[in-house]
Design a protein around this ligand. Structure first.
Ligand code: CTP
Length: 411
């Protein structure tokens, strides 16, 4: 099922150069399964034609409160009655000012004012020059529209169309899509602090070589995104992977298992949930050569000695906070065979209330997975699905177990 399936979105455009991004956003919303009704101000039509937005949204665009197409001549009422959300992107300084004052002299502001606010939330994506954004009048208006119930999605930082650099850019279409998808996810982990490890670790032999494994980090990153979507504050300690950081997640990059342990210990005291999705290397070279190890001409490979890495999950699970469940610890088990028996044995050995088993070679690097949830009462399968869908189901399970939310039992 697509992330925005069955969602009807009213996409409002006010005047600003960022209207060019609204075209791409419209495409992304449709691709994610939504239906989109575009409403444009006259100023927006200076930057983007209604023809383009109609072609992309596959629906006639509305721009005037006097539009005679609506039988009752009340486009400002009709347009939001079937909507799941109104998203105004770009939201200009002028639009936000009007919204703050309850002005309604064009279709977009009129429609925002006339929408049933209790069931059709209003999200706005500001876009303007940095001076306009920082101006006390704009900041005052932003505070006011938030107090009136609008969700202000924040702004990007960087080069602006005017040639200046700073805050005020509209978020990128992909970021807005993620924000919207996140908005619709149940906030089952609101108030929770989730600490996650992800990806492989890299254990250096010398400055140019090391040992690592095939973990892509995708499952851990999907969990970080899902936890954030569920309303948690998320810290993600990531081994060497080249994945984008999920929006709103605090990411700490590490290389070795020892680095990972240090970062985890630093953030553990404030965490309420720890999820160990990393494929931590079990061993590291006993010593790391400071210079590249050269062949010595004898034909003999160098003799490498290994020492065992600390078990990060077991360390936390068996700490006082872990044992008392003040820190709810979730482990993963990447197995190659006998998943049920190995996962059950591993759960007991690590001392975690919940362990998630998967077959490593079936999932490393892939976008989907199948999980086996093992706890003291037995096991439950989460059948093959995208890693993000599984991560969302896992977050609902964790929320249920810590008494923070209700599990959706559809799977
Ligand atoms: N783990 C960890 N620190 C380690 C090793 C593993 O935190 N040094 C965590 C992993 O993140 C995972 C769980 O422990 O959540 C199990 O990891 P896995 O590699 O499947 O098991 P191992 O503990 O390495 O056991 P074995 O090698 O016997 O399978």
């Amino acid at each position: 099922m697509k992330d925005l399936a069955e969602k009807h979105i009213v996409l409002g455009l006010s005047g600003g150069i960022a209207c060019y991004k609204a075209a791409e956003l419209c495409r992304l919303l449709l691709k994610a399964g939504a239906t989109v009704q575009v409403v444009m101000t006259q100023a927006a039509e200076q930057f983007m034609t209604p023809v383009t937005m109609q072609a992309l949204s596959q629906r006639a665009v509305y721009g005037s409160q006097w539009d005679p197409r609506a039988a009752n001549n009340m486009a400002h009422i009709n347009l939001t009655r079937e909507a799941d959300v109104c998203l105004v992107a770009p939201a200009s300084a002028d639009f936000i000012a009007k919204l703050a004052q309850g002005q309604a002299d064009d279709l977009l502001t009129l429609m925002c004012l006339a929408r049933p606010a209790d069931r059709v939330p209003l999200l706005i994506a500001p876009a303007m020059n940095r001076e306009m954004w920082l101006h006390p009048a704009t900041q005052r208006n932003v505070v006011q529209v938030q107090a009136d119930g609008a969700v202000v999605l924040g702004v990007g930082h960087g080069d602006q169309a005017c040639g200046e650099t700073g805050d005020g850019r509209m978020l990128e279409p992909m970021e807005l899509l993620d924000e919207l998808i996140s908005f619709f996810q149940p906030k089952v982990l609101a108030g929770q602090q989730v600490l996650i490890t992800a990806g492989p670790t890299y254990e250096a032999i010398d400055p140019v070589r090391g040992i690592t494994n095939l973990s892509s980090g995708k499952m851990g990153f999907a969990i970080a995104r899902a936890a954030r979507e569920a309303g948690a504050t998320v810290t993600l300690v990531a081994g060497p992977v080249s994945l984008p950081t999920p929006r709103g997640v605090n990411r700490i990059d590490v290389k070795s298992a020892l680095d990972m342990l240090t970062a985890v210990k630093q953030h553990e005291p404030t965490a309420s949930i720890f999820i160990a999705a990393s494929a931590v290397a079990d061993w590291r070279p006993a010593s790391t050569s400071e210079s590249k190890i050269k062949k010595d001409g004898s034909g003999q490979p160098p003799e490498l000695q290994f020492v065992e890495n600390p078990d990060i999950l077991a360390t936390l699970a068996q700490s006082e906070r872990g044992r008392s469940r003040a820190l709810f610890c979730v482990g993963f088990a990447a197995e190659s065979h006998d998943l049920m028996a190995n996962a059950q044995a591993k759960r007991a050995r690590k001392g975690v209330p919940l362990l998630v088993g998967n077959i490593g070679p079936d999932t490393f690097g892939q976008d989907d997975n199948a999980l086996l949830l093992v706890d003291e009462n037995g096991a439950r399968e989460l059948s093959r699905d995208s890693k993000l869908s599984l991560a969302r189901k896992l977050m609902a399970e964790v929320a249920h177990r810590i008494g923070a939310g209700e599990v959706n039992d559809e799977n």
